[in-house]
Design a protein around this ligand. Structure first.
Ligand code: ZN
Length: 260
């Protein structure tokens, strides 16, 4: 009987759900706060990131599915790290070390890098489009504005016809992607060139971080952007293009947002 009782106790521990683990860790960190409803989801992230937030009284936790099969002590360590972070409590170095040791395991590192490659790869199409060749545009702008000195990143047309983002530079994958919507006779060359120029400026003027603030379009960036030949006309044409194609009655702020 004793033996059976012990086994039951062990299996109860073994079968503690992920939500129960978070509940238990929550109580240990915030003993006087009632434990909110907890929802834990494993997500297909391209890295081992995890997120936690309190939303409408619910504790929402998103964890990389890479950690789905991690043993309970690792889940417990991560729970402690996330909940401490949420309440700005001092991190327990032992939990942190345990979690980091796990991520550093050779097999975990291997699956992490496989997942990064597979999921993190940017999907984009050949830079030579139906109407415009992005490589050609890049080199033209490079000579005109950068003394031909800018090293060419990956370039491509978006897979989908993005209507909200006309251009985007992704520093992680070092790629400039333009919306396929611009590879059209409807889009004047001047605006395609202007969007490309804007994205190229992101390579020249990286995002600035001041404390917790992030400045993507710094004053220097904006000043450099105004040096584009036909700047006012390009913006006007871009606005007209957006009105024509998809963004009816939008204002200049939408234009700023569309060129990321
Ligand atoms: Zn931008």
């Amino acid at each position: 009987m004793l033996q059976l009782g012990k086994m039951q106790f062990e299996s109860a521990l073994f079968f503690e759900s992920i939500e129960q683990i978070y509940g238990r860790v929550f109580r240990s960190i915030k003993p006087r706060t009632p434990v909110p409803p907890i929802a834990v989801r494993f997500r297909r992230y391209a890295n081992a990131n995890s997120r936690i937030r309190l939303k409408d009284g619910q504790l929402c936790v998103d964890i990389s599915d890479l950690l789905q099969n991690a043993p309970a002590p690792i889940q417990e360590a991560l729970a402690s790290i996330l909940i401490s972070k949420l309440f700005q409590k001092q991190q327990d170095p032992d939990w942190m070390a345990r979690y980091k040791r796990y991520l550093n395991r050779a097999d975990i590192r291997r699956s992490l890098s496989a997942v990064k490659q597979e999921r993190g790869r940017k999907a984009f199409r050949d830079p030579k489009g139906k109407i415009y060749d992005l490589r050609e545009l890049f080199e033209e702008i490079n000579v005109e504005y950068f003394h031909g000195l800018m090293a060419r990143p990956d370039l491509g047309w978006s897979v989908r016809q993005s209507r909200s983002i006309l251009g985007h530079y992704d520093p992680c994958h070092h790629v400039i992607v333009l919306s396929r919507l611009l590879d059209s006779e409807m889009a004047p060359r001047l605006i395609v060139k202007f969007v490309m120029f804007h994205e190229m400026l992101h390579l020249r003027h990286p995002t600035q971080h001041k404390g917790s603030r992030r400045c993507v379009h710094t004053p220097q960036f904006k000043q450099a952007e105004r040096e584009f030949t036909g700047y006012a006309e390009a913006r006007q044409q871009l606005k007209a293009f957006m009105d024509r194609t998809f963004l009816k009655d939008r204002d200049l702020e939408d234009l700023e947002r569309a060129i990321d």
